[in-house]
Every structure is written in C-alpha cells, then in structure tokens.
Design a protein around this ligand. Structure first.
Ligand SMILES: *Cc1c(COP(=O)(O)O)cnc(C)c1O
Length: 391
C-alpha cells in the first residue's frame, strides 16, 4: 500500500464510466438495418462522443460499420486526426475564420454556410494543393447555420469559379423533430430541401451527397434518409426524447430495440449513522426524521452529476434505490442507505444505468433536471475514466 500515491494525476478516478461496446455495436447494427447497406452512416462523436469518450468511441464506431465520423469543432477534428483512423472526418460546426485557410490543408470534410468561409477555405486550398471537400448547408427552417435557399445559385457560381474546392455535399438540419409528434414542420423543411436540389439539377450540378437526418429523423421519417444519415444520441442507446419514442411506436414502425451504452459508477466512500433531527449537507435543506444510515459518494456537480438532483435523485446500491439526501456538493453527495441491508464502504453505486433489476435511465435524470438526455450525458466530466467492456 505504501507504494501507492493516490494524489498523482494517474490515480484512478473516484467515479468512472463503463462503456458497453456490445451495446454500441448492437445499436449501430440496428441503424444499418434501418437504412440499408448503400446509404452512408455518419457516427456523430462531438462533445466527447456525447460524454462517452471520443478516443474510446471513435475506433469502435468504424469497427462496427460507421462510414465516417462527425464532430462539431476543428479541435475535435484534430483530436480524431491524431488517432490516425482511416475514415473521413466531417466537421459539422463553424470553424474560426482565421483558422480556415490552414484547415484547408487537412484531410477533413467541411460544413460551409457563408461566402466568407468559402473564400477563406479557397485561399488556403490554393496554397496547400489539397482539394477540400465542401458540404453546403441549406437553411430550411432551423435558422441556425445555412445559406438561404435563394443564395444557392450564387454558391454554385462560386464553385464554378473555384476549382480548388470540391463540392461534395448538400445538407440541412431539422428544427422541430425531437420536441413533437407532429412532423409538419419537418416535412416543410424537407420540401424546401428538395426544391433546392431541383434548382441545382436545372443548373446541371452533379449529384451531391445529400444528408438531412439526425437520430430522430432517421427513426421517424424514412424519407429523410437520402444518401447519408448523421447519428448521434440514438447510437448511444438513448431515445432523443419521449416524443420520438411515442412517434416510433404509434407510427407502426417496428420497434427499435436500443441498448444504453454507458453506465456511470462510483464507490461508497464512507458510511455513518446519524440520529433523528440531523441536517444533511449545505444549506441544511434536509433533516432526518429517524436514525439514518448515510453513504457519502465521492462525486458531485463538478463531475457532471447535476445539482438539480439535490433531494430528488436516486442512485443504486446492491440493486436498490438510495435517495439523494440534501444538496449535491461540488465533489460529493449523500444518499440514504437505511433500508439497504448489508451495504458497506467500497460498494459500487450506480449513478446512471442498471444494477440488478433496477435502472436509472438518462431520461429519468433528464426529467428530474427538466432537461434532455443530451445534456445529461454530454456534461459528464471529461476527466473521469471511461472503461470499455463487453468486447
Ligand atoms: C449533433 C448533430 C447531429 C446528431 O444529432 P442526434 O440527434 O444526436 O442524432 C446531426 N446533425 C447535425 C448537424 C448535428 O449537429
């Protein structure tokens, strides 16, 4: 024991994530079945692979049949390039203007939605000799990124004048697909997209890789699949929303058996019994009504365990629910073990995932925090260990 120094940065983290590679493989296989063998499947691995760990997930995605990897930022793309994987890396988000000329020399696929960024990329391409692959994003109603549909003929002229750039794709993104079971707005967006396509066709523009669908669109609107789908949240075994689940079931589409990939665990650090009338934690927001056996868990909001779970969350210990007592602190919180016989220091506590017959799902936590599953998983601290299992 004396040789172990728990203060070094290489010490194991007090809470960790287990990444079920088998579940990830299963989910990707389900989507491959859904879209067929010929369409391309982009595995979206932005935001540290939705909290699952970019470096762990990216190689698995390619091994399990993804055709390319999607990231948001140039820095994420650089991290992927350093892994030397053999698949296209597709940038979905904006790139700092001053970084664009240099980025033109990197083997990446770019999402472009302004003339300024096209010009900056063209300047860099002229110098590097590499022909950057450009995906033009069309605004169809999200009003986030994208050229307005009426700008697309000018975009076509730009490419005609700049042979140093390769026009590879045409994309858009849905505004209102996860939040509703009424997909009228999404259908209007896809109509606008098809109109742009027809206009380009009339101009004699060669077929481009057309892509519009995120997870929810892929699941509930097969007409959005086109040439490629861009799949994030559902590949990690999480439904984008309850509405998407309802739409999938009521739409008569066959059930998609997704399997959550991530389990978030910690270990009981200390146990103590306190008398009735004891206050627990900061702000004295909870007071015991009977002698209470507490566990101290060494994880908190700085690790991504949301402070909004104070007094309302549960964790699993020995396959049973232990309620969170009082406030979640920065690096610790307390749970009630009074009814969990035999629980001991060192026991595993599951913050998110299954243990025995019990489960705490990302949707459970999202509902308690009045947010979406995306936020729950992407905010799990990047500093925690991610351990791949099930291979
Ligand atoms: C994040 C993102 C996706 C993936 O969305 P999910 O809902 O997680 O499947 C797809 N397309 C774009 C442009 C994105 O930014």
């Amino acid at each position: 024991m004396t040789s172990q120094n728990h203060a070094t940065p290489s010490a194991p983290s007090l809470s960790w994530l287990e990444i079920d590679a088998g579940a990830y493989q299963h989910n990707l296989a389900e989507f491959r079945r859904l879209i067929g063998p010929d369409r391309k499947l982009m595995a979206v691995v932005k935001a540290n692979a939705y909290g699952h760990g970019l470096e762990k997930i990216a190689p698995l995605a390619l091994r399990f049949g993804a055709d390319r990897l999607g990231v948001n930022s140039l820095n994420e793309a650089l991290e992927l390039l350093a892994l030397e994987l053999s698949a296209p890396i597709h940038l979905l988000g904006p790139i700092p203007m001053q970084a664009l000329p240099a980025a033109a020399g990197l083997p990446l696929e770019f999402t472009l939605s302004t003339f300024e960024s096209l010009q900056a990329l063209a300047r860099g391409a002229g110098k590097s000799g590499i022909r950057p692959q450009c995906h033009i994003k069309v605004e169809t109603g999200c009003h986030r990124q994208g050229f307005m549909p009426e700008e697309i003929p000018s975009v076509a002229r730009f490419f005609a004048d700049h042979s140093e750039l390769q026009w590879s794709g045409l994309s858009t993104h849905f505004a209102n697909i996860e939040d509703t079971t009424d997909h009228t707005y999404a259908r209007r967006q896809i109509e606008i997209f098809h109109k742009v396509e027809r206009d380009l066709h009339a101009l004699g523009i060669q077929p481009l890789l057309r892509h519009t669908a995120c997870s929810a669109a892929t699941i509930v609107m097969p007409e959005t699949h086109l040439d490629m789908v861009r799949l994030g949240i559902a590949t990690y075994g999480l439904w984008p929303s309850r509405e998407t689940l309802v739409s999938a079931r009521s739409g008569g589409s066959e059930r998609l058996p997704l399997r959550p990939v991530l389990t978030w665990k910690t270990q009981v650090a200390q146990i103590k019994t306190v008398p009735a009338q004891s206050f627990i934690g900061y702000g004295c927001t909870f007071r015991t009504t009977h002698p209470t056996r507490l566990a101290i868990l060494p994880v908190g909001y700085a690790d991504g365990y949301d402070r909004r779970l104070s007094g309302v969350g549960h964790v699993l210990v020995r396959g049973r629910r232990a309620p969170v007592l009082g406030r979640v602190c920065m690096n610790m919180f307390m749970v009630d073990l009074t009814d969990i016989e035999g629980a001991a220091v060192g026991d595993e506590a599951v913050l998110l995932g299954k243990q025995g017959d019990e489960e705490i799902s990302a949707q459970d936590l999202a509902s308690l925090c009045q947010t979406i599953v995306y936020e729950i998983v992407t905010r799990i601290g990047g500093h925690l260990d991610r351990r791949v299992c099930g291979l």
